[in-house]
Design a protein around this ligand. Structure first.
Ligand SMILES: [Ca+2]
Ligand SMILES: [Ca+2]
Length: 224
């Protein structure tokens, strides 16, 4: 083969190789650029523990109601000679979430530390209500503006451990409505069974009065 043709062939091979390499390099850059854009909208992770002075329980005691923020929330009934209905309340401060944030996911994560007798037989399951009681702990059983009643349930009430509930829509609604807290009420699906015995699920509070180290949390992912 004449030298000139050899040079031309070599030049073609080199040019082709260069073109392939360049296109691969550019493709790589293009993919990488897209990835960087995706990275910019990675959700922010935030965990908020319940506000101590706004979580607790409210119960009917005889003809009146009793409320307490310094003992663990509980759901079920107490019984001496009078059946008592018991509901639990939780409140989460939203001040760490910037205005205009979009909630990607939110999970209410509560911890059941113990049960008394047979709460599942008594109340079947726990109903969750999205409520708004502001900065004053409810002094009556079902106080607070009802925003979304019975939006979720906790089954397996006789089993202790973490109980997680999806509250993405409820938290977004709180933010869209300008609320500074996200608040929840837990109650039995069925009231007292009047069997003169306590049937109760005890859930931990922000003060950790149950001593488990397992705090009530709102686990949030949001984008700005
Ligand atoms: Ca409390
Ligand atoms: Ca009972």
């Amino acid at each position: 083969m004449p030298p000139l043709m050899t040079l031309i062939e070599n030049a073609r091979v080199i040019a082709t190789a260069f073109a392939i390499t360049t296109s691969l390099f550019l493709a790589g850059c293009g993919g990488g650029g897209g990835g960087e854009n995706d990275d910019q909208i990675e959700p922010v992770q935030l965990t908020v523990v319940s506000t101590p002075e706004l979580d607790g329980l409210t119960a009917i005691v005889g003809q009146s109601t009793d409320s307490a923020t310094d003992i663990a929330p509980a759901v079920g009934d107490f019984a001496s000679n009078i059946g008592r209905d018991v509901v639990g309340y939780y409140s989460f401060d939203l001040s760490q979430i910037p205005a205009g944030a979009r909630i990607v996911s939110a999970r209410l994560s509560l911890f059941s530390s113990r049960t008394l007798n047979d709460p599942e037989e008594m109340m079947v399951h726990i109903k969750l209500d999205h409520v708004n009681y502001g900065n004053l702990f409810p002094q009556v059983l079902l106080a607070g503006a009802a925003l979304d009643l019975d939006f979720a349930q906790i089954d397996d009430v006789n089993t202790t451990g973490r109980k997680d509930v999806d509250v993405t829509a409820q938290l977004q609604d709180d933010l869209d409505s300008g609320r500074t807290t996200s608040q929840y009420r837990l109650r039995g699906a069925v009231g007292t069974d009047n069997d003169n015995q306590s049937d109760v699920v005890v859930l931990t509070d922000a003060e950790d009065t149950e001593g488990t180290g397992e705090l009530p949390m709102l686990i949030i992912e949001y984008t700005e």
